[in-house]
Design a protein around this ligand. Structure first.
Ligand SMILES: Cc1ncc(C[n+]2csc(CCOP(=O)(O)OP(=O)(O)O)c2C)c(N)n1
Ligand code: SF4
Length: 268
């Protein structure tokens, strides 16, 4: 099916600023869905609130644009009632790990078969540039005009510790890699986390003097390296990209079904 058939064209033009990385996330995700040959009627996308969360309006899947931080809770309900459907949950860094942090760690712990996409622009884009739990030390934001003094979560380490069975990181510069990672994450049975670094030139870039979208993308190229690469071995200060964890682990809906069978026998 052509990519454009996965788009809800009546919702265009989109609301993202020129140079925003979120369009590249949409593009790479749709290429992954198309290459997997998924039927759009079999896909449900739930999202919360944020520039990132607006992605659910642009895809012609079943979609639920819900409450800030609650996308995974809605996705859990959908998946438990219709386990045959594919659940995709794009979230901003604030959506996923500030207000939604508790939902995130518990969804990972349960290993429910959902693909969680953390669209990490290190700031609250939609509300004008407040810092988030992923901004990191020494960054500027409207709520940190001098600099942040909060440490950031490492999404990969947090997801692994919480029990996610597939964990990966990529960026909007690494388009082919992102498509490949999304394909593997969607194909994985269990809770998959894909952290994708995505530029917000309007707030994060401007406040932190990182330049325009092209310069921010160039930084994703220069400041990251594939895990297992010589570049990362030589310079461990680079941020690792790739698949960190991909393991088989009992999936929540399957375990729930087994319990249901036992319970049904007892009441019969
Ligand atoms: C319960 C609640 N609290 C706060 C808000 C305001 N709000 C909307 S989006 C957002 C943060 C968006 O940042 P992020 O999730 O990182 O996504 P981005 O816009 O950067 O893509 C906040 C705080 C809200 N909509 N609902
Ligand atoms: S404010 Fe930032 S995250 Fe939101 S659309 Fe603009 S560039 Fe993208």
């Amino acid at each position: 099916m052509p990519i454009k058939d996965y788009l809800r064209e009546r919702f265009f033009p989109h609301m993202w600023c020129p140079g925003c990385g979120h369009g590249t996330v949409l593009n790479t995700l749709l290429h992954a869905v198309e290459q997997l040959g998924l039927d759009k009627k079999e896909i449900v996308m739930t999202s919360g609130i944020g520039c990132s969360a607006r992605i659910s309006g642009y895809v012609d899947f079943h979609s639920l644009h819900t409450l800030h931080g609650r996308a995974l809770a809605f996705a859990t309900g959908v998946k438990l009632s219709k386990p045959e459907l594919t659940l995709l949950v794009p979230m901003g860094d604030g959506d996923a790990l500030a207000i939604g942090g508790n939902h995130f760690i518990h969804a990972a712990r349960r290993n429910i078969d959902i693909t969680a996409i953390v669209m990490n622009n290190r700031i609250y884009g939609m509300t004008g540039g407040q810092f988030s739990p992923l901004s990191g030390l020494g960054k500027k934001a409207t709520t940190a005009p001098y600099r942040t003094i909060d440490n950031n979560f490492d999404v990969v380490a947090l997801s692994i510790a919480a029990g996610a069975s597939f964990v990966a990181r990529t960026t909007t510069y690494h388009v082919q890699e992102a498509i490949d990672i999304f394909k593997k994450a969607i194909g994985h049975k269990g809770f998959s986390v894909v952290e994708i670094l995505t530029q917000c030139p309007t707030h994060y870039g401007r406040k932190n003097k990182e330049g325009d979208a092209v310069e921010m993308l160039a930084k994703y190229k220069s400041d990251t390296a594939r895990i297992g690469s010589k570049a990362l071995e030589k310079d461990p200060s680079l941020l690792g990209r790739g698949i960190f964890v991909n393991r088989d682990f009992p999936e929540y809906c399957e375990e729930y079904e087994k319990i249901m069978q036992v319970a049904m026998k007892e009441v019969a």
